[in-house]
Design a protein around this ligand. Sequence first.
Ligand code: PXP
Length: 237
Amino acid sequence: MPKLGVNIDHVATLRQARRGQEPEPVLAALICEAAGADSIVAHLREDRRHIQDRDLFLLKKTVRTRLNLEMSVAAGIVEIACQVKPDQATLVPEKRQELTTEGGLDVISNFRKVRQAASILVKNDIEVSLFIDPDKKQIDAAKKSGVKMIELHTGRYADTKNKKEQDKYFRQLSEAVTYALKKGLVVNAGHGLNYSNVSRVARIKGIAELNIGYSIICRALLAGLDRAVREMKDLIK
Ligand code: PXP
């Protein structure tokens, strides 16, 4: 059974909408851990649209499971990662205009940059994972870069509404897992997984961890809304 890493970025997205103090991502991380999350995932984006530097330093102090920092290979971000020293860094591509991480890291075209960032992180005792598409050439390049872990991008499988296409992307994913395992890599997966599409992926043998954020935070919002309104109503009374 794969472990579950919970991405708390969107707790911070909500806080940043008001530039206020709530909801507190650090508190969210503790609740996720108490509920069984095996790791906490947070992405320090260069534009700081959700997670802030201060969140990371506090998460490092409070997270008891494992802290997995998603990050680009930009020098300034690598420097912060080396100060924070999360248990793991997952290198992702980053474009300013995108709504979320839209595709995997192109390790082939960015080989030197990726290898350099990975080696700095490893020297700082941070495990490194590369977030890549389920593509054999990218898996080969990841292996060649010296990392021991990858995360396969499940977005294509998760985002399509067409059953045939979904089956095709599922097969690609499944084959990529087998291929990467044979190369000796630890294989994680994530992106776009939700309450209706996760089971099939969770059944693929050999996936170490699934990283899920958006759907869990959305579910939390609606599952907790009834109670939140009742509590406010009681206070007004
Ligand atoms: N894994 C990686 C590398 C990601 O960049 C993201 C999105 O931040 C996720 C997993 C989680 O994706 P989602 O929020 O769609 O569950």
